[in-house]
Design a protein around this ligand. Sequence first.
Ligand code: GLU
Length: 288
Amino acid sequence: MTAPTFRFAPSPNGRLHLGHAYSALLNDRLARAAGGRLLLRIEDIDPGRSRPDLVDALLADLAWLGLRFPAPLHQSARMETYRAALKNLAARDLAYPCFCSRAEVAAAAQAAAGDGPVPRDPDGAPLYPGPCRHLSDAAVAARLARGEPHTWRLAMDRALAAAPGPHGFSTFDPDGATGLRAADPARWGDTVVARRDVPASYHLAVVTDDAAQGVTHVVRGADLLAATDLHVLLQALLSLAQPHYHHHALLLDATGAKLAKSRGSRSLADLRAEGVDPAAIRAELGFG
Ligand code: GLU
């Protein structure tokens, strides 16, 4: 049997804040309690937003908090693996190239909705109504041959036919309670599984890597709960082992908003510069 394996998976597109610290410390506590290990994954597939200096900074922040990890896995080094997963889906007609711009998707979704509200996925993106779902093989081949920029979308109806479910995942709580939660992947529609510049989306990369790293327990914020509905479908389609999940409540600021650098939440680096003791932060977050 493999040891329980947890992971902390930050994206290096900003400094870590207290919410990240909470997630990392909770992973660490639960991994220790389970007699397992905690891995670090740097989620740097986004070349426009990920910065090497922020990778160094987050490693320093985590060390300052007292967390130790084995050498991290960098998603930016995993493109061939993601490409293979994408090819697997495409070869089975479960993913198709989409040549629409963001504006074209918005316009098509509005046109399909008529006077009604545009149906949206849990992240707020319009559900893709076509038209690239219905392109002929010849049209696709010609546009690919011309090098037209494109994303890849999951063909949700065919994906659900290939993996009909019912879908769900097993959950666990820090107090030891376990459960099963039903998943509804259809609410993601024909979601993007590979971006224009990268052969993966967050969703495809995360399921590929959780499996490759032997992750048995995923502990992450409740903002990713809805994404898990899609992750379990991708795991079923790609024959990947499914971890157990715990989605923890998000830390909120004094106004009740989610902590985020974009809203000016103080980073761990700010706190360190102010001379705050990391032991005080651990205690404040409930890990004293
Ligand atoms: N990289 C994601 C983030 O920083 C977390 C992904 C995950 O834990 O699945 O929000």
